[in-house]
Design a protein around this ligand. Structure first.
Ligand code: NOJ
Length: 758
């Protein structure tokens, strides 16, 4: 098995020296004003990474010297709840970590065995999927990306870290930073959409929120950058599916968030289930050793995904468990989740010379460093009295603000929204009184989370408009062929002044293993929408979904459309905040919404082709039966007020490849009569390069709050790192020539300036 070693030399040339996302910090995005977001911890002054050569590294090394082979292999094993019974915690090779066990007392009991009943007393690390909340559910990550506000992601991570750590968890399997072009892929809900730059900025914010500057703190967690790498490229959007990707696409599109997360000091990385150009990610020497550990200098540890090592056999690159263990260890997967090939076969592999003791030691050392950095040797136990079992008022307030900032207004004809708080409102649709579905995928696993249903749409509306007459008619189920409730729904619509149509997906219809081949509203909901429209009452459609949907039937029927995603515990209140104007929507789409599933993949940062779509020329790149372009483009979102963006200026028309910068500025003015937020977006295009460049790529954004008439000047600092790209040898290159700059409020921004890289 070659494990992709072939491209090692070329791939290393030039990666280490050039930080492709250095611009994330230097453009100051993470310091953008947190207008309505809660106070956030400042960016850490030092990286919380367990670096080599530190005191922590010395401690890990001296412990390593005392360990037997069996004890070392034990550290490489991660055990889940169901497997615990079969694991001898106090045996010769107790496991290194346990995951998916919830409850401070249970975790302390396990820890006691490791600390007090094993020879060396090495504490366990306790992992859990804390994805968008532990007890308090925040909006799903795709929604958070719509906020275009890193403070939303950071606040989610801070609240979750505090709740989880106080309850005994010290390691989260988040953030997921898989960029994707695939709305069919259910896991799009867990990521930040289609753009590497937006995803990188949010990944850094989330890592910072979880880890702070020192993740031994009692309110922080070790984070996990996942899934490494290119998992979002799954063919056909089918989960776990194959990915075949060029080196330039890997480095320009999929890797930037991981690079940024490593630079932000992420403690751990999880390998992905997919194969990358024929080499499974769990056996990929190139991506794991050459890029992640060598070029990026990652010194935390890599964990497999669930049975990811064992699955090397099904992938067809290992004949048996021993082969699988050899491939995983050689590639640099340090800890094995669920399957047990490392502990079973490592000794035999060592004896046969198929793996080396230094590979084992490196893996163990990495794990020990993270355990030391977590402070587990000093404080292995959690104070059971401090366990978080309910949603606090302040966590609720953060979740509500985050949900409000994450919703996107897609249509608002005749300024139907905001609604008056009087008259009669008919809430119709299967999500109108839904509860846990509004948490979306990965509803928090903390005790309180399972007993605190999200606020429903009906509850939120009734609380916000106590004098209005509010009725509820379900009409149909989320995904069921029964249309017998349509007549009542139509009657309710006829009797009301306005309809709030709550439609979308169930929580289980996105997330892992939840690919859909049809991305319209599930079941008979599209028919329900059409039937209710026949009543002639104005409709506000409120959408709850974990992926972009094909929305033409909703656009045809509804006067206003609010994309609410899966908003979390404060769902109904956050929706009502927007419906009645307490919050003016300011979110933008982090992903393109196709007109039809046949357009997929459709994304804003595509290449031009030699024959870009031209409606007047048949022999161009388009479909016969659809207009070109998405129904709603990346970066799009409306407000209850209007904004004008003007005065695009550059500090210089030249940028030296050897350094320096160009500052781009533009003025944004609230020209309407309500306070609101605009997201000023900066895109670049390199029209002539050694390899074709995307027609646009986001390299800056800033969410700004303005009162009526108020204006603000937004600046972005561009450096060579912003205009360069990786070539097909994985070299980061900055080429001479013109760069087009576009600034506006979506990826269709028209205002343009040009500078020259010299
Ligand atoms: C499989 C998922 O792919 C991964 O994201 C998750 O962290 C693990 N299961 C553990 O639950």
């Amino acid at each position: 098995m070659t494990n992709g070693r072939i491209s090692r030399r070329s791939a290393l040339a030039g990666i280490g020296g050039t930080a492709v996302l250095g611009g994330v910090a230097s453009t100051g995005l993470l310091a953008s004003p947190a207008t309505a977001a809660p106070a956030a911890t400042p960016t850490p002054s030092r990286r919380p990474r367990p670096a080599r050569g530190t005191a922590l590294d010395h401690k890990a090394n001296s412990l390593l010297q005392k360990m037997t082979l069996a004890e070392k292999l034990g550290q490489l094993q991660l055990v889940n709840l169901e497997d615990l019974a079969r694991t001898s915690m106090a045996g010769p090779n107790p496991c290194g970590g346990v995951f998916s066990v919830v409850g401070a007392a249970k975790l302390n009991a396990l820890q006691k065995i490791a600390v007090e009943h094993t020879r060396l007393g090495i504490p366990l690390i306790f992992g859990l999927d804390v994805i968008h909340g532990y007890t308090t559910n925040f909006p799903i990550p795709l929604a958070q990306a719509s906020s275009f506000d890193p403070n939303v992601a950071r606040t989610d991570a801070e609240v979750a870290a505090a709740e989880a750590r106080a309850s005994g968890i010290n390691w989260t399997y988040a953030p997921m930073m898989d960029v994707t072009h695939e709305p069919r892929w259910g896991r799009i809900a867990e990521g930040n959409g289609e753009d590497p730059y937006l995803t990188a900025t949010l990944a850094v914010a989330k890592v910072t929120g979880y880890q702070g500057s020192d993740y031994s703190a009692p309110d922080r967690l070790a984070a996990c950058a996942k899934h490494y790498v290119a998992y979002g490229g799954a063919e056909g959007g089918r989960d776990y599916n194959t990915v075949d990707v060029s080196i330039q696409e890997l480095h320009n599109h999929y890797l930037p968030p991981f690079k940024a997360a490593v630079e932000a000091g992420v403690a751990t990385v999880m390998a992905s289930f997919n194969a990358i150009s024929g080499v499974p990610a769990h056996a990929n020497v190139y991506t794991l050793r050459d890029v992640l550990k060598e070029a990026y200098g990652f010194d935390g540890f890599v964990v497999s995904d669930w049975t990811g090592i064992q699955e090397l056999i099904m992938h067809g690159v290992a004949g048996n468990g021993a082969d699988a263990a050899a491939a995983g260890l050689t590639a640099g997967v340090d800890m094995e989740m669920v399957s047990t090939n490392y502990v079973e076969f490592a000794q035999q592999l060592l004896a046969a010379g198929r793996i080396t003791m230094s590979e084992i030691n490196d893996a163990v050392r990495r794990i020990l460093r993270v355990k030391y950095a977590l402070g587990l040797f000093d404080n292995p136990y959690v104070d059971e009295a401090g366990e978080v079992t309910s949603v606090s008022a302040s966590a609720r307030a953060h979740a509500r603000a985050a949900a409000g900032r994450s919703m996107v207004l897609l249509k608002n004809e005749n300024s139907l929204l905001p609604l008056k708080k009087t008259g009669s409102i008919a809430v119709i649709g299967p999500l109108g009184e839904a509860t846990y579905d509004l948490n979306g995928t990965w509803s928090g696993l903390g005790t309180g989370s399972q007993t605190t249903p999200p606020v429903t749409v009906v509850e939120g509306i009734k609380a916000a408009a106590p004098t209005a007459t509010v009725t509820f008619t379900k009409g149909c189920e989320i995904d069921d062929p029964d249309t017998s409730g349509f007549a009542a729904a139509v009657a309710a619509a006829r009797a009301a002044d306005v309809v709030v149509l709550a439609v979308g997906e169930s929580a289980a219809e996105s997330g892992e293993a939840s690919a859909r081949s049809n991305i319209g509203l599930p079941g008979v909901q599209e028919q329900l929408v059409a039937a209710v429209a026949q009543a002639g009452t104005p409709i506000v459609a409120v959408l709850f979904n974990g992926r972009p949907l094909t929305l033409q039937p909703v656009v045809n029927a509804a006067t206003a459309i609010l994309e609410a995603w899966a908003p979390g515990v404060e769902a109904g209140n956050a929706v009502a905040d927007i419906l009645f104007g307490r919050v003016n929507p300011g979110g933008k789409l982090p992903v393109s919404f196709p007109r039809a599933v046949g357009q997929v993949p459709i994304y804003y940062n595509h290449l031009n082709t030699g024959r870009p779509a031209d409606p007047n020329n048949k022999y161009t790149s388009k479909y016969l039966d659809l207009p070109s372009g998405p129904l709603f483009e990346f970066g799009f979102g409306l407000s209850y007020t209007d904004f004008a963006i003007s005065d695009l200026r550059l500090s210089s028309t030249r940028l030296s490849r050897r350094g320096g910068s160009v500052t781009v500025s533009a003025t944004v003015r609230n020209t309407g009569d309500r306070a609101g937020d605009e997201v000023v977006q900066l895109y670049l295009h390199d029209p002539v390069a050694s390899i074709s460049q995307p027609v646009r790529r986001l390299r800056g954004y800033r969410r700004v709050s303005l009162t009526p008439g108020q204006r603000s000047t937004v600046t972005f600092r561009l450096t060579p790192q912003d205009v360069g790209f990786y070539d097909n040898n994985a070299n980061f290159v900055v080429e001479r020539g013109q760069i087009e700059v576009y600034v506006g409020n979506s990826s269709s921004a028209a205002m343009k300036a040009v500078f020259t890289v010299v």
